[in-house]
Structure formats: C-alpha cells, structure tokens
Design a protein around this ligand. Structure first.
Ligand SMILES: [Zn+2]
Length: 123
C-alpha cells in the first residue's frame, strides 16, 4: 500500500523530531499532501492509525491532512491554473506544455508534542 510507505517515513521523521525536542508524546501531526502524489486521505489516516499503535510516542497522536490541489503554469501563455490529477492542459490556450508548480508535495507542516515542564517533573 502506497500510503503505508508514506506514513512509515512520516512517523520516523515525527519520532526523530519529537525525541530531539525532549517530548514525552506527540499530540498532533499536520501534513500537506499534494494530490499528484496519488495518496488518498482516508488511506493515510488508516495507515497512521495502524502505525501509531506500534509507536509509543505517537500512540495518542491525531493526524490532520491538508490535501493540496495541483497547480500548473502554461509554458505557452503563462497562465496559472488549478487542475486535477489527470487534466494538466492550459484552460486559456489548450496547450499541454505546462509545468507543475505544486501538487506533488508531501511534507510535515507541524508536530505538536507534550514536553514535560521541568518545574513539574518531580516524579
Ligand atoms: Zn496557455
């Protein structure tokens, strides 16, 4: 499953960042995912839920996925336009010579973590 591979990489990155920050747990992970990656939001959520059960730091984490619509620029007339995964021709001049500006991203926007306050860390 495509999404399981994606989320495995995301989880590793999240865990590394959380450990570096001295966090005791991750509460929320926000991702930006371009539609051109062909990842499906529901499948990403499912993969996240499967993986977080095997991950102590992320066991209570929630996943927020922001799907990013693909945008391209026409190399003929310079128009910029949004499109779906399959239609990348220019709506102004019908050219197929277009350049993808965004829609292939797969990035972690933010990670919210619990960091123990040193004042309260008496246990
Ligand atoms: Zn054009």
């Amino acid at each position: 499953m495509h999404e399981l591979g994606i989320m495995t990489g995301v989880m590793e990155a999240v865990e590394t960042s959380a450990r570096q920050a001295g966090a005791t747990g991750v509460t929320r992970v926000t991702l930006s995912v371009g539609e051109m990656t062909e990842a499906i939001e529901d499948a990403l959520q499912f993969a996240f839920e499967v993986l977080r059960e095997q991950n102590e730091l992320c066991s209570d984490a929630e996943l927020q996925v922001n799907m990013v619509k693909p945008r391209s620029r026409c190399l003929e007339c310079g128009a910029e336009f949004e499109h779906d995964r399959f239609h990348r021709f220019c709506p102004e001049c019908d050219s197929f010579a277009t350049e993808l500006l965004c829609g292939r991203e797969l990035q972690i926007d933010s990670i919210e973590v619990d960091i123990p306050d040193e004042e309260d860390a008496k246990e």
